[in-house]
Design a protein around this ligand. Sequence first.
Ligand code: ADQ
Length: 466
Amino acid sequence: MSRLIVVSNRVTAPSGQPVGGQGGLSVALAEALREYGGLWFGWSGQSTAEFTGHLNLARTDGITTATIDLEEQDIHEYYHGYANRTLWPLFHYRIDLTEYDRTFDAGYARVNQRFADTLVPIIEPDDVIWVHDYHLIPLAMELRKRGITNRIGFFLHIPWPPPRLLTTLPHHQALVATLFDYDLVGFQTGEWLEAFQDYLAREVAAPVEDGSVTAFGKTIRIGAFPIGIDTAAFQTAAESPAALATRARIAASIDGRQMIIGVDRLDYSKGLEERFLGYERFLADNPDLCQQVFLLQIAPPTRGDIGSYQEIRSKLDTLSGRINGAYAEIDWVPIRYVNRGYGRHELAAIYRSARIGIVTPLRDGMNLVAKEYVAAQDPADPGVLILSKFAGAALQLPEALLINPYSQEEIADAIKVGLAMPLEERQRRWTRMIEGVVTDDVVKWRTDFVTTLEQLPLRADTAGHA
Ligand code: ADQ
C-alpha cells in the first residue's frame, strides 16, 4: 500500500484541540495516516525572522508531522491575506468583504512555493498526496514544476462560488488552471461541484464527461465527497462519564427550561447575527413561551487579526447585550453567550442537553456541528435540528427543519415548531438523520477519496513539467 502524505495549512495533532478547531477531522486524518503510514505536512503556526525551509519533524499520537515556520510577511499576505481576506469571503458569497490586493497574490504564490520546496525532498515515488483546502490551491502546480509525478488529490472544505462571483477575482482563470495539476479534485456536495462545472463551461468551454474534465491541456477527475464526523466516537462521547457530569451541571442550571444550542466559530459566514435576530423575533412574537427557553450560543473567536472578524464580534456583543437587556428577568436571561472552546465530551453533553440545535450559516461547505448535534442525541428523546438551507449539510439532512437564515420569521417560526414538536415526530425525523450520519461518516469520506485517488492511472502529462 502507498504512503499517504496529508498537506494542510495547519497541522493539528488529534490530542491538541485548537479552539474551534476540527477535532473530529484531525482525529480522522490522523487515523488514516496510521493506517497508510506517511506524514502530515503544513505550517507550524509559528513565525520566523527568515524562512529557512527547516522541517520540524515530530511523532505525536502515533503519526509523523512535518511542519515549517513562516515569516511574518508570509503569514500576513498568505494566511490573513489571500486565504482569509480574499478567498474565504469570496467563496462564501461575500464580495462585499472580499479584499483584492496584489501583495496578497504574491504572498499566496510564495508560500505555496515554500511548501513545495520543503515537501519535495521527503516525497517517495509511491506516495499518494492529499492536499486540503483553499490555502493551497496552487500547490500541485508547484510540485509538478519540481518534477513530482505522484498522484495528488485536492479537497475543498468550503463552497465553490457561482461563476459570476468567481469572475470578480483578478486572475481567476489562472487560479482555476492550477487545479488541473491535481489528479482528483473533490468538493463537499453536488451543489459546489456543479458551480465548478458551470465555471468551466462558461469560462473555458470544458464539458464534463463521466466525472472527468479536460481543460488547459490536462484531464482531471472531479467529484463530490461529503465529509462526515467520527460518529461512533461522538456517540460514545455523549455517554461518557465526563459527559454525564457536564449534563448534570447543565440540568442543574436549566431549571426546567428548554435549551437551544448554537456552536460555531465566530465567523460572519455562520449567520450568528441573523440567528440572534431570529431568536429576538421569536421572543417578541411569543411572550407566553419566552421564559420557558433560552439560547446557549458558544462561539470561540477566530481570525481576530482581520477587521471583518472584529466587526462581527463587536456586533454580536452589542446584539446579545441588547436582547438580554430588553428581555431578561431577575431569574432568567434569554441568551447565554460564551466565547470559548470546549472538549469533545463536554460538547457532546451540551448538544444532548438541548431540545433544539440551531445552525444558520449563510453559506457553509458542509457544517459538522449539524451532524454532531444529531449524533449526540438520546434515541429515546431526541432533539430537533434547525438547519440553514445554505449549508452543504442540508442536502444530507433533509429531515431537519430547513430554514432560510436571512428570514427572521422563518427562524422564529422554526423555534416555535421545534419546541412544540411531539416525541413521535422528533424520533421519526431523527431516525432518518442518524442513519445518514452513521453511514456517511468521516471514515467513509476519507476512504472514498483516497481509494478513488489511488485507483486513478498515473498522469501522462506530468512528465512535461520536470
Ligand atoms: P468550519 O467552518 O470550522 O469548517 P464546521 O464544519 O461546523 O465549520 O466545523 C467546526 C468544528 O469545530 C466542529 O467539529 C465543532 O465541534 C468545532 N467547534 C466549534 N466551536 C467549538 C467550541 N466552542 N468548542 C469546541 N469545538 C468547537 C470547515 C468548513 C465546513 C466543513 C468543515 C469540514 O467551513 O463547512 O464542514 O470545514 O470540512
